[in-house]
Design a protein around this ligand. Structure first.
Ligand code: ADP
Length: 618
């Protein structure tokens, strides 16, 4: 007689049968996990129950693919199920599960529900038309066979089975254009799935495979490695073992730069094994890159890339977290234990930061190598959080110094500041050499160390930080830069005042493209430079232009002319002679030069070229 599944089970079953769930392969993980539980139960009972009649045997799980019959059988020699247990366990879903299940039931949620609950056994129907469970409990001499082709119910009959345990036979669905169920009969595929999901199940998972010897006799192969390396004490694991594990597990060709091992006992206990790669993966700075750590609970992989465990600024970290406190039954794919995950994530973030800090302090070469590859991500972490992650990340930043063109930290900069210096000076440009040649750099460099920012993002990062431990940053191309003594300042103010009228004629000649024109003391031997006022610098304008919607954002520029350069006298002379035409020409040429120095293009280069030649020919 056919029995019907209980209501909730039927719904879940329907979903499994008609699953559009992309990750069908997880059925194997679920069945292996059940088998492992059954072995756990047996080994526990054998220790605690004196009356149990059980001949001690090695506990194992076995995969038996049969290509002709198109079946895949998963066996265990564990606790097994009685008739009643088969009925109770496979005819319905565990109570706690079904309660949750009802609350969440709605069609559009199907996808996530499949992931959220430990749907376990029922996932077999994602790949099978028919499932046959043969089981013999250690507490019974009679074996039973449970069979179901899905929605129409199930039957339980007496069956033959020599040893205790459970054997689940899946009659695989026919292949379709999209799905090749046959692949679940391939040794290679099965091995891969075990490695991927169940490698650290602590019982051997075995399969007869074609041997590698001449006769190609079948040989028995254990597919999983069983002992997780992260469960071992750090002192018991050789560096090479960690490196090999990393290379194998995370498909890298180089050993990691650092290995971080962590074993935390507390309200939320976990073990973690993290790696800082020695180089950025090719897709690291692309949209395709997915951050995340592998999450295990008691040797079972729950999630391959759990992104909640890593903040974006440390997204380069690879590794594994194993926590018994993350429940395995609820939510294998989309975790609901977010609170616990949050606690683990926070603690990992601190660990990673400490490791990086130690590397920075004790092995500068390694750190600089790391920074060349991942520094962008740290900077991005500050910028994208509007400075919120500043405290965490600011001491991990490196910038080039004007002193020796080598990397320097902000802390080191502060330590090297001279008496009376109250700002951190920086300059931006395409390359160190180009920055070095900026007219403004010459004088500032004589007095102060300057950070040379060569990455277009750098200035945005400093802007979002505003200051470093309350010392503000100042772009040397900012109009407000002032190296003068009080007297010099007053004198400059005076001469700018006197030439006010001349500057206004000059500004008109440029069609007010600049906010102002003025004399300056910032320059030493160079005649002219372009500075900016307010939030947006010329460098930032260039970067913003490249971004969507950034086109309209402009820097407010000021053309500054070296007061002690002969060109200043020349301009004044032209003004006094009321030679407006030449004054306008000179202004245009000076402005063109200032723009070119800043790496900006000219609106009308032909006009400038003609003007220069006209003057040359005089
Ligand atoms: P879950 O494992 O999440 O409880 P399942 O639907 O996967 O849910 O399994 C239901 C129950 O069936 C299990 O709790 C267990 O009692 C029983 N069961 C499943 N597979 C086996 C097995 N291989 N051996 C013994 N019992 C099993």
């Amino acid at each position: 007689m056919k029995k019907q599944f209980r209501a909730e089970s039927k719904k879940l079953l329907d979903m499994m049968i008609h699953s559009i769930y992309t990750n069908k392969e997880i059925f194997l993980r679920e069945l292996i996990s059940n088998a492992s539980d059954a072995l756990d139960k047996l080994s526990y009972e054998s220790l605690t129950n004196q009356d149990m009649k059980w001949e001690k045997k090695e506990l194992e799980i076995r995969l038996i693919p049969d290509k002709e019959a198109r079946t895949l059988t998963i066996t265990d020699n564990g606790i097994g199920m009685t008739k009643e247990e088969l009925e109770e366990n496979l005819g319905t879903i565990a109570k706690s599960g079904s309660e949750l299940f009802k609350e969440n039931m709605s069609d559009d949620k199907n996808m996530s529900i499949i992931g959220q609950f430990g749907v376990g056994f029922y996932s077999a129907f994602m790949v099978s038309d028919k499932v046959l469970v043969s089981s013999k409990s250690v507490h019974s001499d009679q074996a039973y066979t449970w069979t179901s082709t899905g929605a129409d119910g199930y039957t339980i009959k007496e069956g033959e089975k020599e040893d205790n345990g459970t054997s689940i036979t899946l009659y695989l669905k026919e292949n379709t254009d999209e799905e090749k169920y046959d692949e679940f009969l391939e040794e290679f595929k099965l091995e891969g799935l075990i490695k991927k999901y169940s490698d650290y199940i602590h019982y051997p998972i075995r399969m007869m495979v074609a041997g590698t010897n001449e006769k190609e006799e079948l040989e028995d192969k254990t597919l999983n490695s069983m002992i997780p390396i992260w469960q071992k004490k750090k002192k018991d694991v050789k560096e090479e073992e960690y490196n090999d594990f990393y290379i194998d597990k995370f498909y890298d060709y180089e050993k990691p730069l650092r290995v971080i091992q962590s074993d935390i006992e507390g309200l939320t206990s976990y073990k973690a094994l993290l790696f800082i790669p020695s180089h950025a993966p090719f897709d690291y700075y692309s949209k395709n890159f997915e951050k995340g750590l592998q999450l295990y609970s008691r040797g079972v992989l729950i999630m391959d890339k759990c992104s909640d465990l890593l903040p974006d600024h440390f997204s380069f970290v690879k590794g594994i977290v194993d926590s018994e406190d993350i429940s395995l039954n609820i939510s294998r794919e989309t975790l609901q234990d977010n609170h616990k995950l949050g606690i683990i994530a926070k603690s990992l973030e601190t660990k990673i930061r400490k490791e990086l800090t130690t590397m920075l302090e004790e092995n500068r070469d390694d750190y600089e190598k790391f920074y060349d590859d991942f520094g962008m991500q740290l900077k991005y972490g500050i910028y994208s959080s509007y400075g919120m992650n500043k405290e965490t990340l600011q001491d991990l930043l490196l910038f080039y110094s004007s002193h020796d063109k080598k990397y320097i930290t902000l802390k080191e900069y502060i330590e090297r500041m001279i008496e009376g210096q109250d700002k951190i000076y920086y300059a931006c440009g395409e390359s160190l050499d180009k920055i070095d040649l900026l007219p403004q750099v010459e004088r500032v460099k004589e007095k102060y160390e300057i950070l040379y920012l060569t990455n277009s993002m750098d200035e945005f990062v400093l802007k979002s930080m505003m200051n470093y431990n309350s010392t503000p940053f100042l772009n040397i191309s900012d109009e407000s830069l002032d190296l003068d003594s009080e007297e010099e300042r007053d004198a400059l103010k005076k001469s700018n005042e006197e030439s006010k009228d001349m500057f206004s004629i000059m500004t008109d000649a440029l069609n007010k493209e600049v906010e102002a024109i003025q004399f300056t003391h910032k320059l030493k031997k160079h005649p002219v430079c372009l500075t900016s006022k307010g939030e947006v610098s010329v460098e930032m304008e260039k970067t913003l232009k490249e971004m969507p919607n950034g086109e309209g954002i402009k820097a407010q520029t000021i053309m500054e002319i070296n007061e002690s350069h002969p060109i200043a006298e020349k301009l004044k002379a032209l003004y006094q002679e009321e030679n407006k035409e030449e004054l306008a020409q000179y202004t245009k040429i000076l402005y063109a030069q200032a723009r070119l120095i800043e790496g900006l293009s000219l609106d009308n280069p032909t006009e400038i070229s003609n003007l220069v030649c006209e003057i040359m020919a005089k």
